[in-house]
Design a protein around this ligand. Sequence first.
Ligand code: FES
Ligand SMILES: [Fe+2]
Length: 449
Amino acid sequence: MTETISHPMAMNGKDPRNLRGDLITPERYYSREWMQREWDHLWTKVWHIAGRQNEIKEPGDYIVHNFMHESVITAKQADGSLKGFYNACGHRAQKLVRESGSQDSWTCPYHGWKWSIDGSLLDACDRDDFPQGDPVDKIRLIDVRVDTWGGFVWYTMDNEAPPLLKYLEPLPEIYRNHPFETLVRIRQVRVALNTNWKFSGDNFNESYHTRTAHPQVPAVIDQDHFTSRYEMFPMGHARIIQMGRPSLRDRVPEGKDHPYKATLRFWGIDPDQYPDYETMAMQGWLDLKAAKRKQWKEKGFLQYEHMSDEDLTESPFGVLFPNIAFGAAPDGMSFFRWEPHPSDPEKCYFDYWMMAYPIEGKTEYVHRTASKPYEFKEAELEVRDYDGGRGVMDLEDTVVFQDWGLTEGQQAGWRSRGYQEPYLAAQETRVRRFHEVLHDYLDGKPPGR
Ligand code: FES
Ligand SMILES: [Fe+2]
């Protein structure tokens, strides 16, 4: 077991003195002009996730990631490396492939130009009919920069963007003891929502709403703002680290089923040995860390090997600027991503990936804040329309379901003549910081360059 990594780059994310105080004006949530500025200065500058590395294991495997009106292919090459290309034919720009798959070459559905997965042109119809020269010798697909971290495949449309590890700084260092590349994506849902994409940037940068919107959470993750740690980093990323024990201010009534007790029992701790609720919460939490340290191997939790005391029980929740959030728990990762709609600033797409570490002999996984178990196997993508909640009712027991329920009311509020500049709690400091980093991008001064 290793020591907790409290990174020297971290600014206190609960101290508004670390902000400039930029205003969060309302038109950013509905104006097409803002949307265009975000395309020009944000989305074409950041690193995006195309998918998981285990989707492209063999040469010829490729992922298609559509982002707004753009589409990018990342493909595994014969030598094991990865290459990325814009998904637009070099002849007259037809979209080459519609979905992820596995092929030795791509044949354009329009005039049949045949492309190698390395981006070169292999063949074309009537090669002798081009007065300007045989296209096979002259034309390639346009490259996109690709890299990997954490078991994810990333790309950027910007040749001047910092290298991926610099862009993510210091998260790769902070999470170096987590074997993210071994995570299995056991649920993969994309939901079309009626709100601007920044709903989620705001929402995931604060846990102030948890007591109201997610009343099931305080029983397993301490929601007290004074027991949590808040971090903001120079590249725009941020974290909150909440303690993995019951909040003392939100008690589960005596006699009611308590999920934390089940966790204690699983690790061989009798919750009834403690004289009162406080002792169960506080001493039980220390006993849990000790029990995990002692029994991880025999119980098959091999991913615990290099985790710190903090990693073993706490709930670190990170927002990777601008559109990814992830909770790196000891048993898995909840991963969330939100992407703008191609043309309507009041719509977006929300990706919910539940990922878990394989445990020998275990065929199901239950997240600590949910009740339904998921079958432990790689999941197919499910695409849903939110439809007032009707499109996602089977996800009713998840925390994000409750967030989705707030999207349309929030969008209406941003549109209202009653909109006021947000009146933020200290624990919402990361919300304003998110907009300040966004402003830096839109002003052509993104961090790290
Ligand atoms: S656009 Fe692809 S072959 Fe013509
Ligand atoms: Fe939430």
